[in-house]
Design a protein around this ligand. Structure first.
Ligand code: NAP
Length: 538
């Protein structure tokens, strides 16, 4: 067999983020010859790129770290309940060095295309530096929120000041003091930026299209007593994360909204509003995400909180979502976000009343006036989950393009594979469980499952795996049906593949596994224990 016919690697992983790092660790453990290809100049993925002011977890730090090494858990000390980006990036670099993974990683290289060679059962990758690499297994670990999208607004290149998408925030410090700054976008990212810089900049103008329901993060330092307690209870922490739908420390209250009196409801809701992290979203009555009247009642409760926190009544009303209920889009957690709007130097522009017409040399022109800025920050989000796949020209059996296959919505089995693309394994694939949970918890599940699949294939002499179209169709139907009961399935958000800045993403489609992590794991375990039922192995 010539070199071109025989793969150079057993496995190539695209992406050195949370998923790619752990996947590489497991591939090496299996004794496979593996490498990671990463566009950035170092590992870290989302935490390498998102260096914008205020970037931090909404997951408790100690639920975000990897659980696979007791030694790692014992030696790493998180400084805050919700660590900031620099600390998380240090953590991921520490993991890479501790397990000697860096020598298997290649940085500053972008995969432009990947095509499956059916004759030789291998993948051929074309990189932007002109290289062609071949591999038997291709593991897509590009991340679920890594295809950043700029708004489709005229004149973006005309602006003479500094302007960045938050994902591409400069590595060098950006001078904000005294500057006139614009932020476009009020998702979880925009909310963090706004809260962080409101008291640092000269003037801050927020351009808001749709407000989100935000709630307090309640971050704080981890004192030595808490630190010891956390380290002593990692087994319990991960056990709780395994049992909750979101993979967090926060599970639902088993009671239904109508089963309790109004006084009891308010008592729970006040407690949730004061509780740390995603309790406010995930520890509510089980039916708040399903029953419109329950959701409306909770939304009204949160709306009152916003009114209490924002002094100007008109501004408060603009900040209260009217088009969707609480928790039907990803809830941004915040630290003094609403209070930022009480500052004299912070201004809110409602883009529904006065849309942006264009970016000018000096700032932003809306239908009402031109605003002058030194800096424009685009917190305009991502082409979620499938966007990272679309940016690589994946070609499967017979040269079929993945972009075409997923044009009207993605099809996968378990979020792990899509038919016609053998040996392409997806760590955060559409319709999978890792994209709807506390990410590292979901990723550990996906990586462990894929690694066991590869071990099984080796033990049984298989070198090709692909899902059956029938299993895929059934999976999509299951996901669709399950999601249709949830109010979130009707709302335009990245959960439902909505992005106004990308062609074809202006409608709602199912992108995530909506059934919670424990049930997802049950499916994975059942499929594996039935000899990978639903997959064709050869
Ligand atoms: P996002 O939630 O999609 O928000 C993008 C924002 O930009 C929205 O407010 C959107 O308005 C606005 N926008 C987009 N195009 C626009 C245009 N042309 N004109 C005006 N406004 C425009 O994106 P994100 O805030 O980056 O967050 C994405 C996800 O990343 C989060 O949901 C979360 O999962 C993750 N994240 C996590 C953390 C954390 O762990 N703490 C922090 C940040 C992000 P519309 O709503 O009207 O479309």
């Amino acid at each position: 067999m010539s070199d071109l016919d025989h793969p150079q690697y057993d496995a190539i992983v695209i992406g050195a983020g949370v998923a790619g790092i752990y996947q590489l660790y497991k591939l090496l453990e299996l004794g496979l010859d593996a490498t990671v290809l990463e566009t950035g100049s170092g590992p870290g993925g989302t935490w390498y790129w998102n260096r914008y002011p205020g970037a931090r977890f909404d997951s408790e730090s100690y639920t975000y770290g990897y659980s696979f090494s007791k030694e790692l858990l014992e030696e790493w000390e998180w400084s805050e309940h919700f660590a900031g980006q620099p600390e998380t990036l240090r953590y991921l670099n520490h993991v890479v060095d501790k397990f000697d993974l860096r020598q298997h990683m290649q940085f500053d290289c972008q995969v432009n295309a990947a095509s499956y060679d059916e004759h030789n059962n291998l993948w051929r990758l074309t990189l932007d530096d002109g290289r062609e690499l071949t591999t038997r297994y291709l593991l897509a670990a590009m991340g679920m929120l890594s295809a950043a999208t700029m708004p489709k607004i005229e004149g973006i290149d005309d602006f003479q000041g500094g302007s960045w998408h938050t994902y591409h925030w400069p590595h060098e410090p950006v001078e904000l003091a005294g500057q006139r700054v614009a932020v476009i976008g009020t998702g979880a990212t925009g909310v963090q930026v706004i809260s962080e810089i409101a008291d640092q900049v000269g003037e801050l103008t927020v351009f808001q299209r749709r407000p989100n329901w935000c709630a307090p993060l309640h971050n704080g330092p981890i004192d030595p007593i808490d630190q010891a307690q956390i380290k002593a209870s990692y087994d319990e922490i991960f056990d709780i994360c395994r049992r909750t739908p979101g993979g967090f420390l926060h599970g639902p209250d088993p009671r239904k909204f109508h089963e309790v009196s109004e006084a009891e409801r308010l008592e729970l809701w006040e407690r949730l509003y004061e509780a740390r992290g995603f309790s406010v979203w995930m520890s509510n009555f089980v039916d708040v995400g399903i029953r419109p009247e329950a959701n409306a009642s909770y939304s009204a409760f949160i709306a009152d909180k916003i009114r209490q926190r924002v002094h100007d009544a008109d501004t408060a009303e603009l900040l209260i979502p009217k088009d969707h209920g609480f928790g039907t889009r990803r809830v941004p957690l915040e630290t003094r976000y609403y209070e930022a709007y009480n500052r004299d130097n912070v201004h809110l522009v409602d883009l529904n009343a006065t849309p942006i017409e264009r970016i000018t040399q000096n700032g932003i022109q809306t239908t009402a006036r031109e605003y002058q800025f030194d800096i424009i920050i685009y917190a305009t989000g991502f082409d979620a989950i499938t966007g990272a796949f679309d940016r690589i020209d994946f070609r499967g059996v017979g040269g079929a393009a993945l972009r075409d296959q997923w044009k009207d919505g993605p099809n996968t089995f378990l979020g792990m594979q899509t038919s016609g693309f053998p040996n392409l394994l997806m760590l955060s694939g559409p319709l999978g469980g890792s994209v709807s949970t506390n990410y590292p918890r979901g990723i550990e599940t996906a990586v462990d499952w894929i690694s066991e699949l590869l071990a099984y294939m080796r033990a049984n002499g298989h070198e090709r795996v692909e899902p059956l179209p029938s299993a895929e169709a059934e999976w999509l139907q299951r996901v669709d049906e399950m999601y249709s009961f949830q109010l979130a399935s009707k709302v335009k958000s990245w959960f439902t593949g909505y992005n106004s800045n990308v062609e074809g993403r202006d409608r709602i489609r199912t992108l995530i596994w909506p059934g919670g992590a424990p049930r997802y794991r049950e499916h994975l375990e059942r499929v594996a224990s039935n000899g990978y039922e639903g997959f064709a192995l050869s």
